[in-house]
Design a binder for this molecule. Structure first.
Ligand SMILES: Cc1ncc(COP(=O)(O)O)c(C=O)c1O
Length: 462
């Protein structure tokens, strides 16, 4: 890049950064209704309206984002986990602008620029710790496609083994096959079932030993019933859509070793966990690097990817596709990896762990202030702590995990300026995928205050 271009970009970044002033608190609409026409068009064009009336103006700063009506929201869901460094970050803005000065918007499998290679190199180097044998990385444009590629690699490695081992309540994306692996009835609705999936129970944090025994018994039964028929065992090291349950090494290691011993490849789906818990990868936190044959990432990495061991490298023809990602995605993704690697995010006293501890403390006082709203979830089929998750994956379970009331609460929080979402299959939970790269404890305090006010309003309404 020429000196002139560098100076122009510096000036542009400075101008955009200067426009951020005022984006440091929740604020009401200044032009009520200004986003309504766009929201209506979205509903008409897509055939389905937005879950909540969010229409971004394209401006934001840190965890705050502006809507077209001029309101400023505190974003604790970040596009379902994509904006880990929040909005309008100057480094990421700079990387995006630099990408825009290159010759192509998209990179491909046949032809790519060095941006793609640099990203792949950075991703692989941070994934390969301990006894990891990950050797290759194949980028693509969505978590679901990264998972499709993972499944293909496992299937070829096992000579076309037709069955898949997965965990109850898992999520894997929304392609035809991933919709069948994900354990949710709605995602399979109307899909011709063509994929053979057997489910093992996931860790129950209130009965770790009993659930580990049940999972092992189910695994043994599957292996007895279908010897040499499994292409892989796929797992989310923290159950994401299914309810933010962090698995432990004590739960996973024996299962994965048993699967491996039976010739079943192990695939970690880290699409949701990448970057946001106490290690950059959850497999590292759990010390399970030696058992990972295939691993997928997405969301916070901007570019999605499938990583695999050298002996899983498929024969030519199995993996390809026109696009592997946008130039901006590769540059920003690499910048994010560098920031995560060199910052103070990880470890037991890292920013992310400390934020989670603060969340749990605040959750405790919220629960005592609203004890009627926080009662057992047994009626919804659960038996869990009413606040949980790990790192930037934060869960709260008011109203007995009742779906209608949780969704009502999410929408009330939106109206009060807080963006969050829900997860779980019953019980349902309030769910936050916090922008861990920029979040301060004071932001979390604001979020918890808003949740408390909205719960109070619902209690008052009866
Ligand atoms: C664990 C997991 N895998 C895969 C996916 C699918 O990723 P995408 O929505 O980018 O296709 C998701 C998305 O939420 C996920 O949470």
């Amino acid at each position: 890049m020429s000196t002139d271009t560098t100076a122009d970009l510096d000036a542009l970044v400075a101008t955009i950064v200067a426009q951020r002033s005022g984006f440091d608190a929740i604020a009401p609409a200044t032009s009520p209704g200004a986003g309504d026409e766009a929201l209506e068009r979205l509903g008409t064009l897509r055939g389905r309206g937005a879950f909540f009336p969010f229409m971004g103006s394209g401006r934001g700063w840190g965890p705050f984002v502006e809507c077209m009506d001029g309101s400023v929201k505190l974003d604790m869901i970040t596009g379902i986990g994509v904006q880990g460094f929040g909005h309008g970050d100057s480094d990421l803005l700079r990387a995006t602008l630099e990408a825009a000065t290159t010759d192509t918007v998209m990179q491909g499998n046949l032809q790519c620029n060095v941006d793609a290679v640099d990203f792949m190199d950075a991703l692989l180097s941070v994934a390969r710790t301990g006894q990891s044998q990950l050797a290759h990385v194949f980028p693509c444009c969505s978590g679901a496609v990264a998972n499709e590629n993972a499944l293909k690699v496992c299937m070829q490695k096992t000579n076309g083994a037709p069955r898949i081992l997965a965990f109850a309540h898992c999520f894997a994306g929304r392609t035809t096959t991933m919709s069948q692996i994900g354990d949710s009835a709605g995602a399979r609705d109307g899909i011709a079932l063509s994929t053979l999936v057997d489910y093992l129970p996931y860790l129950d944090l209130t009965d770790p030993e009993g659930s580990a025994d049940a999972a092992m018994a189910a695994l043994n039964e599957c292996l007895r019933r279908y010897p040499s028929q499994y292409a892989c065992i796929v797992l989310e090291p923290v159950l994401g859509e299914g309810g933010f349950v962090p698995a432990t090494d004590a739960f996973l290691r024996p299962l994965l070793e048993r699967a491996r011993a039976a010739g079943v490849p192990v695939w970690f789906d880290e699409v949701q966990t990448f970057g946001r818990t106490e290690c950059m990868f959850r497999q590292q936190f759990l010390g399970l690097e030696d058992l990972v044959d295939v691993l997928t990432v997405g969301k916070m990495s901007q570019v999605c990817a499938t990583l695999f061991r050298a002996d899983f490298n498929p024969r030519p023809g199995l993996l390809s596709g026109t696009f592997i990602g946008s130039t901006a995605g590769f540059r920003v993704g690499r910048c994010i990896i560098d920031r995560l690697r060199s910052g103070d995010y990880y470890g037991p006293n890292g920013r992310i762990a400390v934020l989670h501890k603060h969340f749990l403390q605040r959750a405790k006082s919220l629960m005592s202030d609203h004890s009627k709203a926080f009662q057992s979830v047994a009626a919804a089929g659960g038996n869990m702590e009413l606040a949980g998750g790990c790192g930037g994956m934060m869960r709260l379970t008011p109203f007995g995990g009742d779906k209608t009331r949780i969704i009502d609460l999410v929408k009330r929080c939106f109206d009060a300026g807080l963006l969050l979402f829900f997860c779980g299959h019953g019980p349902f939970h309030l769910r936050m995928l916090a922008p861990v790269g920029v979040l301060e404890q004071s932001h979390l305090d604001t979020a918890m205050d808003v949740i408390g006010q909205c719960i109070g309003d619902m209690e008052a309404a009866g």
